[in-house]
Design a protein around this ligand. Sequence first.
Ligand SMILES: Cc1ncc(COP(=O)(O)O)c(C=O)c1O
Length: 461
Amino acid sequence: MPLSNSQMRDVQSVLHPYTNLMKHRDTGPMILDHAKGIRVYDEQGKDYIEAMAGLWCTALGWGVDELADVAAAQMRKMAFAHIFGGRSHEPAIALAEKLKEISPFPAGKVFFANSGSEANDTQIKIMWYAANARGKTQKKKIISRNKAYHGVTLVAASLTGLPNNHKSFDLPFDFVKFADCPHYYRNAEAGESEAQFSARMAANLDALIQREGPDTIGAMIAEPVMGAGGVILPPQGYFDAITRVLSKYDIPLIDDEVITGFGRTGEWFGCSTYGFEPESMSIAKALSSSYLPISAVVLSPELSEIIEDESGRIGTFGHGFTYGGHPVSCAVALKAIEIYQERDIVGHVRHVAPAFARRLQKLRDHPLVGEASGVGLIGAVELVADKKTKTAFDPAKAVAATIGRFCEEEGLIVRPLMGDRIAFCPPLVITEAEIDELFDRFDRGLARGLDWVKGQGLLAP
Ligand SMILES: Cc1ncc(COP(=O)(O)O)c(C=O)c1O
């Protein structure tokens, strides 16, 4: 199809993130125009169920007037004020208080930034600053995991364990050390139970720490559920096993809740779902239901005290973003959290999660689906050429991406990920009837995918 006028304008002027820009010249963009509830509409008025809540983020769905009203009111009252040099304003104070109330750190402190990447960069700077404050100047290496996703700034991209974030960027930095990806379906040995697999992951982590030298490790960072790396759920006993190893060496755990925060897993935070206690957490995305950019690092009281003391010693905590604690973003985030509380969104997620899980599990019967798993309102399927042997498709055939396009034609936006996985992460306000509609559309896209895979001769005989 020839490109429309607006598609041509896009191709001529916009440099797109995470895009094969050469191909994009021919295919052009999908241009969305407006949105309501869990649906987005393109320029022709075609509706799509947004099964990814944008980028795992628009938790309250689209068209929430209260959020727009709060933003407009705050813009009129005071559109900008910074919080450098000890200045402050009510939206930042109130939001920090609210975050402490709902997070595992009721006596901690909150640092504001604008994106998940900035929050994670800040985490590492804080860990280094704290290590220096304690006189443990060697403790600078950071453990991340293969297939982790922590963002794209230089440090966050280094923490990310995905090749596309490193290739041609001269990354990752040396101080990042990668532990195993705890993907039971792919990485378990024959006959290994989930608990045994978790124990092996922990033993390998222990060996990695020993190899690097326990006194050189500043922290480990982990997502409760690995998102962009494939929606990989921690196997049974995993966090218990790895946190025991970390405590043995006094290594703090940074919890990246950028996707899992604010009810996604059926609890306020993924660390509650999986029962572990981090030293600090990064939050973003659903924090404002993505109506405006905002992220935060929430720190334990001990860690905040060390940072405060060190800033006193050297004269300042020399870190901060112009827009960190932006009053309009803070006001919107505060309102979003009030809505989560008033409408009991976490309770709603628990209520509809079984319907989501049922439809996901049903996909296991499909000839292309090797794994289907999820928690709360996040899940994924992995498409394979042979279910018995778990044989993957040739990545060059782009099976998941092709099925993603069929889904779009069926009015559904899903997210094809590496390893032919397809993710679902709908707005948390989705109803049971809408969950059925979502999976009905997916079934149709997948059925077309099966015909296409067979036509290409890609399915094992
Ligand atoms: C777990 C996690 N951490 C960090 C980030 C980076 O966030 P941002 O894109 O806002 O920089 C993401 C983005 O998807 C994420 O999923």
